[in-house]
Design a protein around this ligand. Structure first.
Ligand SMILES: [Zn+2]
Length: 496
């Protein structure tokens, strides 16, 4: 077909309209749709998608179906991947919630991002001390209270609304967007690792970057997260007499497993927080000047932190020391002793077998396999010095590696620009003390760049009572995602 000069002009005009980033119009769209966004969150929070409670599994399946329906309604190419079954402690098996994937491909030549999120939640019961019904989204003073509001339903919805805003204004997406939404995050992402491996050369083959928005800011200032700690979780079991004994009858005649156990546990860490297991501290990457400077620049109120925790003294009194020990140094935490007498009252038992649970948070350049060996050998040697006839067995039950990104990576530079555009401030560059194992899996299996872009508030109470997200974070967070898609597209242009 031969085009007339006039139709050439109109084609060119239509082309330029499609490709222009009309940020103000997108912002206007978000502002005028915030009631719908809150309603969408209300609908999602109303689903008790608690992945830890097997009696709620039907609700979890319903939540995955709702997620798929929404993405389908947006025009995405949606699949629900079967990731197998879960074996319960009593031997029964239960279908895992399907993993939802969706693709919004506007142009195969463009950069493709994949947004990861989860729509399962932690348990939430009114009697746990909630001020409002956990599954009934309730707005109080600009905060939207509800289980899963911040972790992770609002951020997942915000990503969807960001895509919808472009669609509503007839603007082509600046990058292709894929979603991978799971329903078992709160209990260890069962089935997801295998699915990522299985789809590495299919779903993930054209993905350039992975985005996770499953954490929060550190203060009222927006933040980008560039690291998480891993975790090595141990059990140390000491077995002595063949049955529990009475301390009045047998006390003083046997070497008690509990005394042995407390004795060896006390050699793990000093009162001032120094890890005493040889080799652990030596493996930690040294703190660079740049990193130290970054901590100095972070907005963080020590007094507020202390008050929030209800403690009179912290392990460190200096902000840089405190933050670095929260994020970039390992620590030992002792969680409990199975088999110990823990009820009220004054039972005079000598437990025959006790099992301590403790974990060591992992940071670069620690390696869980090496840590396992170091901890086992150290505890066995400490125990041997006690010359006890009891038996010690050390097992590592979880070995999750840490994750760390380069803050100068193009994804982070794009993130800083997006934060600046929406909030007019530089983001805090922060790390998480906790573990998001799936980040490491994504990176190791797919080899793609990964960014963590939180929109949750610092006081959202994820996992605890009265979880909330503020309307401000939810709405401005949607704008952040809109801006971020645009900034990521600029990476491609400068790269070409
Ligand atoms: Zn989460």
């Amino acid at each position: 077909m031969k085009l007339s000069p006039l139709s050439c002009v109109s084609v060119a005009l239509a082309f330029s309209i499609v490709h222009t980033f009309r940020y103000e119009d997108l912002v206007e769209h978000v502002n005028s749709h915030q009631e719908q966004y809150v309603e969408a969150l209300r609908e999602w929070v109303a689903v008790e998608s608690d992945s830890s409670d097997v009696s709620k599994r039907a609700e979890l399946h319903r939540m995955m179906a709702m997620t798929a329906d929404k993405l389908r309604a947006m025009g995405g190419n949606v699949t629900m991947a079967d990731v197998g079954e879960q074996e319960l402690p009593d031997g029964r098996t239960l279908a895992l919630p399907k993993v939802v994937t969706a693709e919004f491909i506007s142009d195969p030549q463009k950069t493709t991002v994949c947004v990861y999120g989860h729509v399962d939640v932690q348990p939430g019961k009114l009697e746990d001390g909630w001020a409002t019904e956990p599954y009934n989204l309730t707005e109080i003073n600009g905060n939207l209270y509800g289980r899963g509001a911040s972790d992770n339903k609002a951020p997942v919805l915000a990503w969807m609304h960001a895509v919808e805003a472009y669609q509503a204004l007839n603007m082509e997406l600046p990058v292709n967007v894929k979603f991978i939404i799971e329903g078992m995050e709160e209990t260890g992402s069962n089935g997801l690792d295998a699915m990522i491996v299985a789809q590495r050369d299919t779903f993930f083959s054209d993905v350039d970057y992975i985005i996770i928005s499953d954490c929060g800011w550190l203060s009222p200032r927006p933040a980008l997260t560039y690291g998480t700690r891993g975790n090595c979780y141990f059990s140390a079991e000491i077995e002595g007499p063949k049955q529990d004994l009475h301390s009045g009858v047998y006390g003083g005649t046997v070497i008690e497993p509990m005394t042995d156990l407390i004795g060896i546990l006390d050699t793990l860490i000093s009162p001032s927080g120094k890890i005493l297991i040889p080799g652990i501290r030596e493996a930690v990457a040294p703190l660079s000047e740049e990193e130290k400077k970054r901590y100095q620049d972070i907005e963080f109120d020590m007094e507020n932190y202390k008050n929030k925790l209800g403690v009179s003294q912290l392990m460190y009194n200096d902000k840089v020391e405190l933050l670095s020990h929260r994020w970039r140094y390992p620590t030992v935490s002792i969680h409990g002793i199975e088999g110990a007498f823990s009820a009220s009252g004054t039972k005079t038992v000598i437990p025959a077998k006790v099992n301590a649970k403790f974990s060591i948070r992992q940071v670069p350049d620690m390696d869980p396999a090496v840590v396992k060996k170091q901890v086992t050998e150290y505890l066995q040697s400490v125990f041997a010095r006690r010359k006890s006839p009891n038996k010690l067995k050390v097992t590592m039950v979880i070995g999750a590696k840490p994750w760390l990104a380069n803050t100068h990576h193009v994804l982070y530079e794009a993130g800083k620009k997006a934060v600046k555009r929406v909030f007019n401030v530089e983001p805090d560059m922060i790390r998480e003390g906790g573990t998001i194992p799936i980040a490491r899996t994504f990176q190791d299996v797919t080899g793609k760049g990964l960014v963590m872009m939180p929109i949750g508030g610092f006081d959202d109470g994820m996992h605890s009572q009265n979880e909330k997200i503020s309307r401000y974070n939810y709405v401005e967070g949607t704008k952040l995602f809109i801006a971020y898609l645009h900034e990521v597209a600029q990476i491609q242009r400068s790269r070409v």
